[in-house]
Design a protein around this ligand. Structure first.
Ligand SMILES: [Zn+2]
Length: 60
């Protein structure tokens, strides 16, 4: 029974992470920020793919 086994999140230092150095909550926050960035890119990509997939030729 050693406290060494109980690690604390290196980000918030409050929660015990399951098997990482960062707890799920902080992970979600970090991921959320990353996803937000990707979301915008994916949106644009989806738009392009949708245009091509629908068979409509984009006019420029
Ligand atoms: Zn945390």
């Amino acid at each position: 029974m050693s406290d060494e086994k109980h690690k604390r999140c290196i980000v918030c230092g409050l929660v015990e992470p399951e098997d990482d150095a960062i707890c799920i909550h902080c992970k979600a926050v970090i991921r959320g920020e990353a996803i937000e960035h990707r979301h915008q890119e994916k949106k644009d990509a989806d738009r392009v793919l949708h245009k091509e997939g629908s068979g409509d030729i984009p006019k420029h």
